[in-house]
Design a protein around this ligand. Structure first.
Ligand code: ADP
Ligand code: MG
Length: 304
């Protein structure tokens, strides 16, 4: 039976273009395999599109704010149509890096030390605090963005300028800088799908290192680590996936330094272009792009 799949893509977050790329590629793959597909923006026309197209499943290809943080999931619950990836609460917990780091720490998952800065503290006090708790350099980042948007490595010299440029956020996260390797793990339901190592040619795995072909980030699979060490990262990822209450596919981002894993975040809407990391890990494990998409569709549900 042909299924009608409505793909939600685009949106208003800073990751709009990445989401459209994911949406178009998933649509192309589904069409090639006999599905009826419609792409819709998560805007005022969504309700009309659903009424006319009558999808049996909604594939959420959105990233970032209003797509990955529980807001759109709440709206999708109202339509009572199964949708892919995590539900309302898990999406909002995972998207908020402060809340998810608190949950990681409570559950003995190592994550970089941090300061939650809301611009209420005097600048010099903040610097003193950073020197005492974290030491320079530090990583300054938004609490709820993705794709390394507005993530900066800061020294004592340039932090004032960066902090000023981040005032749009009202609240930010300042983390200790963790050197070493960049390793990411994909979880598929309750299965530890696999891991990949990224070796950026740039200063760190920033937006350009992620999406620009010229940046030439190296992807290493399988990851060159002893089996028990790699299993440790996989176990931590599955644990994070479960305690946050995630569903479907997630990707956990780690730094690996001095034989220790530091979980930076768990992504509930990981990139799903053919060249994205989760599809790359899946392919290595013998799961084709269409098989991965079909698994995600089959896993779609509503919470209520
Ligand atoms: N504490 C840290 N130490 C070192 N590098 C970091 C740290 N936090 C982030 N980074 C770098 O920035 C990238 C993006 O950070 P991440 O927390 O995963 O946010 P995003 O949601 O934007 O992907 C990471 O993949 C890593 O390269
Ligand atoms: Mg990340």
């Amino acid at each position: 039976m042909t299924k009608n799949i409505l793909i939600l893509a685009g949106g208003i977050s800073k990751e709009r273009l990445i989401s459209l790329d994911t949406g178009f590629q998933v649509a192309k793959e589904l069409k090639k395999n006999g599905y009826k597909v419609k792409i819709s923006e998560p805007d005022v026309n969504l309700s009309k599109n659903i009424k006319i197209f009558k999808p049996s499943i909604i594939f959420n290809a959105l990233h970032g704010q209003f797509g990955e943080d529980g807001y759109i999931q709440t709206i999708l619950e109202r339509f009572k149509i199964p949708y892919t990836h995590s539900g309302v609460i898990a999406s909002s917990l995972a998207m908020n890096k402060i809340i998810s780091k608190k949950i990681f720490t409570k559950n003995k998952i190592n994550t970089p030390k941090y300061i939650h800065h809301s611009y209420k503290k005097n600048y010099f006090e903040l610097i003193k605090d950073i020197e005492k708790k974290l030491k320079f350099p530090v990583v300054v980042k938004p609490i709820n963005e993705g794709s390394s948007v507005n993530v900066f490595i800061c020294t004592k010299k340039n932090i004032s300028k960066i902090l000023n440029s981040m005032k749009i956020y009202k609240e930010i996260l300042i983390e200790e800088f963790i050197g070493g390797r960049e390793i990411q793990v994909a979880i598929m339901g309750s299965t530890k799908l696999g891991a990949i190592e990224l070796i950026p040619k740039r200063k760190f795995y920033d937006y350009k290192a992620k999406y620009s072909k010229n940046a030439k980030t190296e992807h290493i699979i399988p990851v060159d680590l002893p089996k028990n060490k790699l299993n440790e990262a996989m176990d931590l990822s599955l644990k994070a996936h479960k305690i946050i209450g995630c569903k479907g596919v997630t990707r956990s981002d780690f730094k690996f330094y001095r034989n220790k894993f530091y979980l930076l975040e768990i992504n509930t809407q990981p990139g799903m272009t053919k060249l994205s990391l989760v599809p790359e890990i899946a392919k290595y494990k013998g799961i084709s792009f269409i098989k991965l998409i079909e698994w995600i569709l089959k896993d779609a549900t509503t919470e209520k």
